[in-house]
Ligand binder design. Structure first.
Ligand code: AMP
Length: 192
């Protein structure tokens, strides 16, 4: 089973992905984590993308596509991926479909965590204290939320056409969200 976890920055995608990984024995593919690793390891790519990430914009589709293709083409992860932070625009969604088809896979469910801008701001400032992410400050948080509304939200309509979307209230308690997600995944597992 392949899952897309979707929602604005600070919606709890990473937290819930880690829960799903443990419970359902899957692998989290966080494009944000992969990109931050490049910056941390001071690679050539890292130096190209750090200012883009720190401004709250999206890095190029080609860069992220290359990163996720490495995952999708690896048999170890076959039908066991949670896409966290990808796709983030319509082109990426179509690219993901093509890559998966080429590797004889597909997406089985899209979990959308819905959270308001007010909560996003609050959570991002809390995360700044815990994780010290360079792009976690109020100004960039607002920018990232706007980028999400403009580029990423249309992706949901794309997946709605294939009936893959389940909306989860991202304002609930972490454990309540996990329980709801578990139920949704269990329900589709029966069909696979
Ligand atoms: P995240 O950790 O998912 O919030 O991602 C942090 C930042 O990494 C984003 O604000 C973007 O600059 C970049 N990023 C992550 N995933 C993507 C993607 N699929 N496409 C373009 N940029 C991305």
């Amino acid at each position: 089973m392949n899952i897309v976890i979707f929602g604005p920055p600070g919606a709890g995608k990473g937290t819930q992905s880690k829960f799903i990984v443990k419970k359902f024995n899957l692998y989290q593919l966080s494009t944000g984590d992969l990109l931050r690793n490049e910056i941390k390891n001071k690679t050539q790519l890292g130096s190209e993308i750090s200012s883009i990430i720190n401004s709250g914009e999206l890095v190029s589709d080609k860069i992220v596509s290359d990163l996720i293709e490495k995952f999708i083409s690896n048999d170890k992860y076959k039908n066991k991926i949670i896409f966290d932070g990808y796709p983030r625009n319509l082109l990426q969604a179509k690219n993901l479909d093509n890559l998966l088809i080429n590797h004889k896979q597909k997406i089985n469910i899209v979990l959308k965590l819905s959270v308001s801008l007010e909560s996003v701001k609050k959570r991002i400032l809390e995360r700044k204290i815990q994780e010290n992410r360079a792009d976690d400050n109020e100004e960039v948080a607002i920018k990232r939320y706007k980028t999400y509304e403009k580029s990423s939200e249309p992706v949901i309509n794309y997946y709605k056409q294939s009936n893959l979307v389940k909306v989860v209230n991202g304002e609930a308690k972490i454990s309540e969200i996990s329980t709801e997600i578990s139920g949704l995944i269990d329900a589709i597992k029966g069909w696979l």
